[in-house]
Write a protein that binds this ligand. Structure first.
Ligand code: HEM
Length: 194
């Protein structure tokens, strides 16, 4: 939501996309239409890439000696995966620190591709892993994606979000159990409901 407030063009594009599939009189964006909103999904994916709630996975361990990139990880050795850094790798992502949902849409840049084809589970390739990958992937990743899409769609459908005058939204992060905003988002909301 902070990026949506910071970049009004993202919010306008999102609102226009929702308006294209939801009748103006509808109070709610229903779950059934979420699959018709590729830009919404791209915004959520970009949020998870740029600001993954966990900068590390749960610690994993190897059950036998493994050589990874020329280095030995000994049996029972603990491996930590640097989730945030993976999503910010300039070798993989063009202009990685910028918030550009278009990169998840067809032809949207170095990591572009048809949005539906983006492999969040990492079963084909791993470009980011906000939910982990493989056997220990977050079992609620589908539920989390559904809720993120549903809530963001409805928050933008029902309210116009504007930054507080003179306030450049500060995206600095603070690590707690998950990573949160260092300075919580402040915004002016106006109801769009007529
Ligand atoms: C945006 C929301 C969420 C994110 C980014 C997220 C991310 C993650 C990550 C990175 C892991 C560790 C994976 C690994 O170590 O390989 C994990 C594990 C887990 N998550 Fe989530 N999660 C989210 C929401 C949820 C929700 C809503 C639930 C429960 C309803 C949940 C339940 C779990 C459980 C039970 C595990 C442990 C799985 C295991 O160790 O086998 N997560 N999650």
């Amino acid at each position: 939501m902070a990026n949506i407030v910071k970049y009004p063009q993202v919010q306008n594009k999102l609102f226009a996309e929702i308006k294209g599939v939801v009748a103006e009189t509808e109070e709610e964006v229903e779950e059934e239409v979420l699959h018709k909103l590729p830009y919404l999904k791209a915004v959520i994916l970009e949020g998870l890439r740029r600001h993954p709630p966990g900068h590390f996975l749960l610690p994993h361990a190897v059950t036998q000696d493994v050589v990874l990139g020329g280095r030995l990880v000994p049996k029972n050795g603990i491996v930590n995966f640097m989730v945030a850094d993976l999503g910010w790798d300039p070798e993989v992502w063009e202009d990685p620190m910028a918030f550009k949902p278009e990169r998840f849409l067809s032809g949207g840049g170095k990591c572009g591709g048809v949005e539906e084809a983006f492999d969040l589970t990492g079963s084909r390739e791993i470009k980011m892993m906000p939910f982990g990958v493989g056997r220990r992937i977050c079992p609620a990743s589908g539920l989390a994606m559904l809720h993120l899409q549903y809530f963001v769609a409805n928050l933008v459908w029902k309210f116009e979000w504007r930054a507080v005058d003179g306030d450049d939204v500060d995206l600095s992060e603070k690590p707690l159990v998950t990573v949160v905003m260092k300075n919580p988002l402040q915004a002016h909301l106006s109801s769009r409901v007529k």
